[in-house]
Write a protein of this length. Sequence first.
Length: 315
Amino acid sequence: MSLAPSLSLPRPTFNPLPLLIGLFCLLWSFAFVAGKIGVTDCPPLILLAARFSFAGVVILAISVVRRDPWSLSWRDTLAFAVVGVANNALYLGLGYTGLQTVSAGLGGLIVSANPVFTAALAAVFLGEPLTGRKVAGLALGILGVTFIVWHRMSVGTDSLHGILFTLASLASIVAGTILFKVLAPKGSLWLGNGVQNLAAGAVLLPIAASFASVDDIVPSARLLWAFAFLALGGSVLAYRLWFHLLQVCGATAASAYHFLMPPLGMLFAWIVLGEHVELKDLLGIVPVALGIYLVTRPRAQGNIKANIKANIIKQ
């Protein structure tokens, strides 16, 4: 009597993706609070020019110490520089200008609409499918964000001027996200992040010198702390995680995680800055949360089914 050969089942491997997503969301949402603190004591353009330049130097200095080979071609270097101007200089330059007259919680909330516009453009330029369920989820996201913005303006909490700057920053990060996928630079994301920061710093330095004054800087411990977090936790680590998620998850799914920023941003703003949060603000988060579920759930189910089918074929 012959026994059938036993099948060796693959051991489950640790998937770090959920932890990376969680860390990215925490860093990205808290950066709005740190940014609000920073622009209180320093002109936003000076703060950002210094932040990007410092972060770029830190990244490349670490690469030199580790003796990392330069893996970027001229084309890849230029692509990362272009993305850096859109995703760093324009996005945060406009956003930080808006933060002077907009609360940190609302700033994070407006930028959380990123998935709506990214999904629409990704369907056109990247060929990513835009299903009916995703459209419904994105519509709910728009509804939730619009409700909270309208409520904040009706009670006079935030200015229209600041909101317009924040909306312009939203357009910039959407453009940067699509550009990253279209240009598809190869090589080290770590080195690419360094190039992006240096390019953004080079663009903002002359603008900051023309429109801002160092005399307006108020030296303080909180400014130093905010700058350290923004440069190291934001520009060095959070952006590295962001572009990794873009590569692994795709533009639509990765951008959908920005829907998680409003509750986290409002929570951090309430804890650190004491910003007032009303029940209506929390009600607006409900359709936003449902929207991210609808946007990301179909993709997750498709991946599970694909993995199951692949395992059956292998066996």
